[in-house]
Design a protein around this ligand. Structure first.
Ligand SMILES: [Zn+2]
Ligand SMILES: [Zn+2]
Length: 189
């Protein structure tokens, strides 16, 4: 992939609302000057539904998505933010708002518990994007990469990374951008 071609895909599952997709895609364009495309919807990930918990297993969805990496649908995208309106879990937590592997290609953002608050969706998308770009959780409680257990903690975080994480992010992912876009663009909260 050419360095000028760094693109983000925003990939909805089932009936994730357009407005959330636009807000998430807009964050990447506005904050990073990274091109972001909204892809056509994928089928609800029924294979990941855990009938005992009544929730969807985030790890299973990520695993399935990694198997379609490189297929024509996703081949043009360096990172993909998949957006769902179902409740997600991982075994150690009662629920998760988002999930991504460090350095992975795909991240999940669940709208289910966000009460239509699109700033929350944007925060989760950028937090998970940080993980895709190899950023771990940040000890700084005023950094978007700080771990939040739920909505209340998420609401306490700014829509912005600390200086350390911003630089790490720029080094890990944004360095693949074209040279005319090297200057970091601060996020507005
Ligand atoms: Zn995290
Ligand atoms: Zn940080």
């Amino acid at each position: 992939m050419n360095s000028a071609d760094f693109r983000i895909g925003v990939a909805p599952f089932a009936n994730a609302p357009d407005i959330a997709l636009k807000v998430i895609a807009g964050q990447f364009v506005g904050a990073f000057h990274i091109a972001a495309d909204i892809l056509s919807p994928m089928e609800n990930p029924g294979y990941a539904f855990d009938s005992r918990r009544g929730q969807y297993n985030a790890a299973l969805i990520l695993k399935e998505l990694e198997t379609v990496r490189g297929t024509p649908r996703f081949a043009d995208y360096e990172k993909v933010i998949a957006v769902l309106d179902v409740d997600l879990f991982v075994p150690i937590f009662s629920y998760v708002l988002g999930e991504a592997r460090l350095g992975g290609t795909f991240a999940l953002v669940s709208l289910y518990r966000l009460e239509n608050d699109l700033q929350r969706a944007a925060k989760i998308a950028l937090h998970e994007y940080g993980h895709l770009c190899n950023l771990a959780h940040c000890p700084d409680g005023s950094c978007l990469m700080h771990f939040s257990k739920g909505i209340a903690e998420l609401d306490g975080l700014p829509l912005d990374y600390c200086r350390y994480c911003s630089l790490a992010l720029q080094k890990e992912c944004s360095c693949k951008r074209s040279s005319r876009e090297v200057a970091p663009v601060p996020l507005r909260s």
